[in-house]
Write a protein that binds this ligand. Structure first.
Ligand SMILES: [Zn+2]
Length: 238
């Protein structure tokens, strides 16, 4: 059992200072569940039993519960009273349309401002994200969820790079990226998106505001088309 020091308030610092093995277990549970959700091995809407996951991973239920809370914050799972956790349902076509309408209003503008304001540190981070994205291997589901996380990181960097806190918070609150890539699993999305991201990254690094704005607008159009194609297929096979 972990010793709880009652004299110290529970703050972000004291949480970060917890013994390493606990963090590792939570990370392991998180990575496993993210992989299962993103690769649709856990289907949208499916119930997720904490004790089963814990048994599969050979760990206790506590880190699994903590990983679930993180995934709940990402809106990939939700908790139902007396039932437990379920994987979030797939986005509907109306939700997709609303999501991209909002993103088109905000993100191209954010990209232009970010391109003007790019610092050396931000450029370094951008390059690292670009590297992460190019490491996606065909048919590797774990690399796939890493790609989705890198996509989230890129769009977050653009949002915060805009220097407008409300824009950054609004985009963050959409939790769009993991949902989008979960829906696009078994498509060629990462390869197509990687090309579009390359154009965005190049424009940001070059401090070219107009090109960054254009590249983000184009990327969002393509991404919406990919989502539409998948959801139209789903509707046809229902
Ligand atoms: Zn993207």
């Amino acid at each position: 059992m972990r010793q709880i020091d009652t004299k110290r308030p529970v703050t972000a610092t004291s949480r970060a200072a917890r013994p390493a093995p606990v963090t590792t277990m939570v990370e392991r549970a998180y990575d496993h569940l993210l992989y299962m959700l993103m690769s649709l091995k856990i289907a949208p809407g499916e119930r997720i039993a904490i004790d089963t996951v814990a048994r599969q991973l050979g760990i206790s239920q506590t880190p699994v519960r903590e990983a679930m809370s993180q995934l709940e914050a990402e809106k990939l799972v939700y908790k139902m009273p007396n039932v437990g956790y379920r994987a979030s349902p797939q986005m509907t076509r109306a939700e997709v349309r609303d999501l991209y309408t909002l993103r088109q209003l905000i993100e191209p503008y954010a990209a232009a401002r970010a391109a003007e304001a790019m610092t050396d540190t931000a450029i370094q981070t951008l390059r690292a994200i670009g590297q992460d994205m190019s490491s996606v291997v065909e048919g590797d589901a774990r690399a796939y969820s890493r790609f989705a996380e890198a996509d989230a990181a890129l769009h977050r960097l653009i949002a915060t790079g805009s220097g407008n806190r409300l824009i950054a918070e609004t985009i963050d609150r959409l939790h769009a990226h993991l949902h989008i890539f979960r829906a696009l699993y078994a498509t060629n999305a990462p390869h197509e998106a990687a090309r579009e991201h390359r154009a965005i990254i190049d424009a940001l690094v070059a401090h070219d505001a107009a090109a960054a704005e254009r590249a983000v607008r184009h990327h969002l159009e393509c991404s919406q088309q990919r989502m539409d194609a998948v959801l139209a297929q789903g509707a046809a096979s229902d």
